[in-house]
Every structure is written in C-alpha cells, then in structure tokens.
Design a protein around this ligand. Structure first.
Ligand SMILES: [Fe+2]
Ligand SMILES: [Fe+2]
Length: 300
C-alpha cells in the first residue's frame, strides 16, 4: 500500500441517521445564521500567525507570507456572504500566496459556488492554489469544483507541483489520501536543487510524515477541525488530530482548524481560524517556530 494512503472512514448506518437528524434539526432552527454570528463575525474567529525560521532561506523569500484557509464546508451551515467579514479583514493583509487545503463542500458540489467569489477576492498576485479534501469527492464532481475555483484564479493541484515564477519555491498539492481515486495516488514532486524549497498542501495531516524531505519547509493540512467539539467523549468522533504545529525534522506540519463545520453548527474550545505562515531566515538566535493568536475585530 502507498505509505501516503490513509484508511477510508465509513460510518455505521445508525451514526449516519443520528448525524442527519441533528443536521436537519439544526438547519431548521437557523443553524447557519447562528454559526455565522457566533463563529465567523468580528472578534469571533482566530488569526494564527505562524513564523517559520528556515535555514538557508534565500533573500527573495525573506518574509514570504502564505495565507492558509481550510475546511469551509459550504452547505447547510455556511453559504454566500458568510465569509465576508473574514474576507474583508484578509483583504487588508496583502499576503504573497493563498492556499486552500480542501473540504470546500459538505455534500453538494455546487455549494462551492456560494463561497467561490469570497475566496477569489483573496487571491494575491502570486496566485492561489488548492487541493481537494475527502468531502470534495462526493458524487465524483471534483472536476466541477476545480472549474469553479479556476474561475476565481485558484488552481487545484492534483498530485502536481508548480514553481512560483522566478522564486525558488515550489508548491506541491497532494490529492486527498482517503477519497481520491487510487490510480491518482502517486504524487509528482520535483527534485529540489540547492537553494530551492517546497511547500506541500495535503488535506489529511496523517500523511505528512511520508512527505518530509530536506527542502520541504512545511506541510499545510486541515481535515481535523481541531476536533471541532473538544470535549471528552466527543472529540474522538472526528478524525485524529495530531496538533496545530508538529515538528517533523526538516519539515513542519501545520494543521488548520478550518472555517466551517460538519454535523452540527457548533465548535467547542476550537475557533474557526485563518493561518498566516511567514518564512524567515533562521539564525543561531532565531531558529524556533513561533505562533501568535489573535481575534481580529474588523477590516484593517
Ligand atoms: Fe473538513
Ligand atoms: Fe476532511
């Protein structure tokens, strides 16, 4: 078996019926409006600023900032305009690159159309890149999701790498490790030359150890929602969460807790978040990654 591949999770019929009942009830009771006001408004969502010192980082990449969004889950609890407050804030930050790590939808592919314009408004001049999450393969309509994102100048990387023009930085996108077609499971990654670096987008964080190599500065993932409901007995309902930042030697794994939800429009102990990763040159006195969390209150 490919070391990257992860076991496909399938829930029992009883669990699916219970989840569907909760979802329909929450939707009927106004769950989308509740989620928007409670978790996506000013002062509610979290900005996580990650600073990553990289040995030998070329001057052209000093201070390079990557805006990372994940797990929007457009559908019952997130739709058109719900990311507006966040998008307005981000518009003032001028990152160098936008990356998206999957789960744009929960059930229906065309729900992505409701959030695509908000995502497109965030694409900086260096571009926007995306990978699929497990939910994006629902109904085998991922090509339509890719087309919707492409209209917003966001490129889906399905086991592909692209170099950012003259910059010595490659962006590699890994197709989802659970639900992508098995024949697409071999990622194509470049041989890195001296002075070149790589950033990997991979929805499923548990694939990160198999992606580590010299020059690969970071794997950016999502999928876990940070457990979404971080309470004893409930946190195990979702995918395994390895932590927000995991040191894997030459590569650091960053797990984004996402902007949306599945099942119920509730997060407990886990804010919706946006991650901004900044690459800085490592020095003897500055070689450890650091992070800072804040709750932006409005557009800058
Ligand atoms: Fe997700
Ligand atoms: Fe996922």
């Amino acid at each position: 078996m490919d070391p990257l591949r992860q076991p496909v999770r399938r829930h029992s019929l009883v669990r699916r019926l219970v989840f569907a009942s909760c979802r329909h009830a929450a939707r009927w009771l106004g769950g989308r409006a509740w989620y928007r006001s409670r978790y996506l408004g000013p002062g509610r969502w979290e900005l996580r600023e990650e600073r990553l010192p990289v040995p030998g980082l070329p001057r052209a990449l000093h201070g390079f900032r990557i805006l990372h969004l994940s797990d929007m889950h457009a559908g019952p609890f997130l739709g058109a305009g719900d990311l507006k407050a966040i998008a307005q804030w981000i518009a003032g930050q001028m990152p160098d690159l936008l990356v998206l790590t999957g789960d744009y939808i929960t059930h229906a592919w065309d729900d992505v159309l409701a959030i695509a314009p908000d995502l497109g408004a965030l694409v900086p001049p260096r571009g926007g890149f995306a990978v699929f999450g497990n939910h994006d393969y629902r109904g085998h309509q991922e090509a339509r999701i890719a087309a919707a994102l492409r209209e917003q100048n966001i490129t889906c990387l399905e086991n592909k790498s692209v170099r950012l023009g003259e910059l010595p930085l490659w962006v590699t996108g890994i197709s989802d490790l659970e639900e992508s077609p098995p024949e697409a499971a071999t990622p194509c990654r470049p041989e890195l030359e001296a002075g070149e670096f790589e950033l990997v987008l991979c929805h499923h964080p548990l694939g990160a150890p198999a992606l580590v190599r010299p020059g690969c500065v970071a794997v950016l993932a999502g999928h876990t929602h940070g457990r979404q409901i971080d309470l004893p007995g409930l946190r195990a309902l979702g995918p395994s969460h390895p932590g927000l930042r995991v040191n894997l030697g030459p590569t650091t794994l960053y797990v984004n807790r996402g902007l949306g939800v599945v099942g119920v429009p509730v997060r407990v102990g886990v804010p919706a978040e946006v991650v901004c990763l900044e690459l800085v040159p490592a020095s003897p006195s500055d070689s450890r990654p650091t992070s800072r969390m804040s709750r932006p209150r409005g557009p800058t």
